[in-house]
Design a protein around this ligand. Structure first.
Ligand SMILES: NC(=O)c1ccc[n+]([C@@H]2O[C@H](COP(=O)([O-])OP(=O)(O)OC[C@H]3O[C@@H](n4cnc5c(N)ncnc54)[C@H](OP(=O)(O)O)[C@@H]3O)[C@@H](O)[C@H]2O)c1
Length: 250
């Protein structure tokens, strides 16, 4: 159903978890994929397997917490392909789980840098180039916790909620440039990040399963179709699409 032939897609955090599934999925759908994360070897491995399977991908390293890295990423992406049609701001971290009384200002700053400042910075530096090329698409990765914030995940929920607000502002400011901007708010799917939460918070896994209607945690590739929907041609901008198994507030 989805055809991204000729489109250039830049995916931050494209080397692991859902990011890897998206890199491979966009390539299967005909896109030229820029796989980015901090560790260049991991990105190269994903790009290599895509190219060996007949797709097209390159690897570019960048730490989303560094504006210098993001400037370089933008320059290298444009130097290689000439344009970026779809930006997926997927890289995100959850390094500070616990009671608000116990969390540190350093963790607060780092979470904001990666989960909110980086996605805003990269999108806003690419937007003028997308506009020059006739338009584009930005997809920001939130979490359902941005909309239904749980105890002991305060910084994660807050940084993702902040990105939700910026998504709505980007959509308004960039609609005249023919750039559609949407967010996706997944519930839990199995990944390194989820494994960390399961290890850190007793009862986390059981709690998630109990709180959603489908009564299981998703596999990462179950989030692909909602991403493709937002990335494809559509009349949709400024929304936050949940893919959370019907998460109910407890
Ligand atoms: N897993 C879930 O259940 C879940 C639920 C809701 C929302 N989300 C959101 O979905 C997105 C992807 O999550 P995931 O679980 O698939 O993540 P993951 O398995 O932990 O993978 C994270 C990816 O981001 C990269 N990354 C981490 N820190 C980075 C940084 N500072 N700069 C650039 N790249 C960085 C990692 O590669 P390197 O280590 O090489 O940098 C990796 O490719 C995140 O935004 C997360 O908040 C996840």
């Amino acid at each position: 159903m989805f055809d991204f032939i000729g489109k250039v897609v830049l995916i931050t955090g494209g080397s692991r978890g859902l990011g890897k599934a998206m890199s491979e999925g966009f390539a299967r759908a005909g896109a030229k994929v820029i796989v980015s994360s901090r560790k260049i070897e991991a990105c190269k491995a994903v790009a290599k397997s895509i190219n060996e399977a007949g797709g097209e991908a390159i690897a570019l390293a960048a730490n989303v917490g560094s504006t210098q890295d993001l400037d370089q990423l933008k320059d290298d992406a444009l130097a290689h392909y000439g344009h970026v049609d779809i930006l997926v701001n997927n890289a995100g971290i959850n390094i500070a789980m616990g009671a608000l009384t116990d969390l540190s200002p350093d963790a607060f700053d780092k979470m904001y840098q990666v989960n909110q400042r980086g996605p805003w910075y990269l999108a806003s530096r690419l937007a003028p180039h997308m506009a020059e090329n006739g338009g584009g698409v930005v997809i920001n990765f939130l979490s359902v916790s941005a909309l239904k914030p749980p105890a002991f995940m305060g910084f994660y929920a807050a940084t993702k909620a902040a990105l939700d607000a910026l998504t709505k502002v980007m959509a308004q400011e960039w609609a005249p440039m023919n750039i559609r901007v949407n967010a996706i708010a997944p519930g839990s799917y199995y990944s390194d990040l989820t494994d960390g939460a399961i290890a850190a918070i007793p009862g986390f896994e059981e709690g998630i399963i109990d709180a959603n209607l489908i009564k299981r945690i998703a596999a990462s590739d179950e989030i692909l179709n909602p991403v493709f929907y937002l990335a494809g041609e559509s009349y949709t901008t400024g929304i936050t699409l949940t893919a959370d198994g019907g998460m109910m507030v407890k």
